[in-house]
Design a protein around this ligand. Structure first.
Ligand code: OVM
Length: 393
């Protein structure tokens, strides 16, 4: 018998404090059933990781949200990366790996460093500010669209678009409805930004379109791949940076460690991604009857993978709920793993390293000075507001 649990992972109470429900799911067994949505779920590290690795048994092509593309028409053209299986996925992924290569990242290090240092300097001058809008949103909203090669107008549209897409992986609840309420202009804008003529000749966007010239992909496919960048490149890093500031503010001894050794910046960001898991969940769909532990789920079952619960599973992590910037956190699934493991992780880690490096060198203290406000989203864990005060080193 698969244990059935009365848990709603898409409601305010859950988002406010998901951890008791995570523990209940992990403790109930390798796989659980959530009757409220008629879905299965995995929350233990080993089972989440196993599912991420087994793309043959657990397809992404039927959608990585609660909706089964085999039964319901997708609300937007499916992503050629996220919502695709091999062989299509491997063709597009290879292209994106090339566009987001280590060499490309090296070219961004200098401008991204300058931007990070200027931002932290300006925030220190203000003293008190909102770590969400003024830091976690401000940084990616500058450096990322620059790197893609987008024009300066309307870049803030990237935030409601991400909010929309990440909500759409959950049920059509109030969070989803609110996110899509004024979708039309945002959708039209994103579509327009994906076209070759909208993109400067030396960014990631142009690099994707250049691959179309080589005949690897069609122009239409290139536009959908640019759309993937615009979808997944901002909200994710916003919530990652927000998580890092939130951790450093709540664990002052960790911040002291970082200040003493700024070369820990990359590790400190990684640990924040493990602990807060900005992307909390994704679904897969079983391609056949599959056995998890002793239990079998039917073909066509939607299974929700709790990345955030796996990243705090005490079966895998010592002091799982501690923010420890020197722990060996390789193997966390905050960026997923396997063939769908985050293609932009190199960019996220660069942004995280540079912002945290600037904090380490220039800031003495980070203090939370107002009530943090959570931002509710069916997939993302993050905040709407985090009032902080920083003092200079
Ligand atoms: C995409 C896409 C959208 C949302 C998330 C994501 C975390 C990818 O359109 O490819 O990865």
């Amino acid at each position: 018998m698969i244990p059935a649990l009365d848990i709603d992972p898409f409601c305010t109470a859950f988002f406010d404090d998901p951890y008791p429900a995570h523990a209940a799911m992990r403790d109930a067994g390798p796989v659980v059933y959530l009757p409220r949505y008629d879905i299965h779920a995995v929350a233990r590290y080993d089972d989440v990781r196993g599912m991420l690795m087994d793309w043959g048994s657990y397809t992404s092509a039927r959608g990585v949200g609660i909706s089964d593309f085999a039964k319901e028409k997708p609300w937007r053209l499916p992503s050629l990366l996220l919502e695709a299986d091999p062989p299509l996925h491997d063709r597009t992924r290879k292209l994106m790996d090339k566009v987001l290569s280590p060499a490309a990242m090296r070219g961004l290090r200098e401008p991204f460093t300058t931007a990070a240092e200027a931002l932290i300097e300006a925030l220190l001058a203000r003293g008190s500010f909102d770590a969400v809008s003024d830091l976690a949103e401000a940084y990616p909203l500058t450096v990322f669209p620059d790197a893609v090669g987008m024009p300066p107008e309307n870049r803030r549209f990237l935030l409601p678009y991400g909010n929309m897409v990440f909500n759409s992986f959950g049920p059509q609840n109030a969070f989803f409805q609110a996110a899509v309420a004024d979708a039309e202009p945002v959708l039209a804008w994103v579509q327009a930004q994906s076209r070759r003529q909208a993109l400067s000749p030396n960014g990631f966007g142009a690099a994707i379109h250049a691959a179309a010239d080589d005949g690897d992909i069609s122009t239409g496919e290139a536009e959908v791949l640019v759309r993937s960048l615009l979808t997944a490149g901002v909200d994710t890093t916003v919530n990652g940076l927000c998580a890092a500031v939130y951790c450093l503010a709540r664990f002052p001894s960790a911040f002291d460690q970082l200040r003493a050794d700024p070369s820990l910046a990359r590790a400190a960001f990684e640990e924040a991604v493990r602990l807060e898991s900005p992307v909390q969940t994704f679904f897969r769909t079983a391609t056949r009857a599959v056995t998890i532990g002793e239990e079998t789920i039917a073909e066509g079952s939607k299974v929700l993978m709790f990345l955030g619960a796996a990243n705090r599973d005490p079966r895998r992590w010592d002091r799982a709920d501690d923010y420890d910037i020197t722990r060996r956190n390789a193997g966390h699934v905050g960026f997923g793993t396997g063939i769908h493991g985050c293609v932009g992780a190199v960019l996220a880690r660069l942004e995280g390293e540079l912002v945290l490096g600037a904090l380490a060198r220039r800031v003495a203290t980070i203090e939370i000075v107002g009530e943090p406000q959570r931002r509710y989203n069916n997939t993302l864990r993050g905040m709407a507001s985090l009032p902080v005060r920083m003092t200079a080193a």
